[in-house]
Design a protein around this ligand. Sequence first.
Ligand SMILES: [Fe+2]
Ligand SMILES: [Fe+2]
Length: 208
Amino acid sequence: MTAKNSDELQGKVDCYCRHGGESGLELGGEFATLLIRNMHNHSAILKAVFEGYALPPLGEHGIHHWARVFENGLTIAESNGADIEVVALFALFHDSRRVNECIDDGHGLRGALFAESLRGKLVHLDDARFDLLFEACKFHTDGLVVGDPTLQACWDADRLDLGRVGIKPSRQRLCTDAARDLLDWAHDRAVCWYETTDILSSWGWRSA
Ligand SMILES: [Fe+2]
Ligand SMILES: [Fe+2]
């Protein structure tokens, strides 16, 4: 691909992402490949999540938790090579279909099924990557520590934020050395319900 073509392609991708797939651009060839590989409209996904979200957006399992999970996961991914787009989607979907803030059996599976319902609309992953997202969501409360690096990054990212509900994660119950290295930093942020403004604004969320 020439530099000019590359710029044109990136322009299309940027346009597609800004307009949430409503730009009229056709998905095909390299454009589709780029989108499928890396590009999701996180703002549009967040909007879809909130359209059916049963709990307060700023609650214990709400948007500030999701954003910290995303940043935790991105940081782990730098070390373990996790798929950052799957990590991003995990952050948005894993608690998206909770119905209470306490023990909520099956909420991981419900989040996974919700993500599945958006395939081809807002979720553009091939089967292998979608399977990782589905599994990450479905099993995120099961205490697993062994699995694909992307699963491990997702599960650790969520566990590192337990401080918001008064729990410090055990180092032995984390999957990755990267998360163990991150534990004190992430826990301090969880305890004070740190607002990850860059991620929140990238999702189109403006704090009051
Ligand atoms: Fe959860
Ligand atoms: Fe969570």
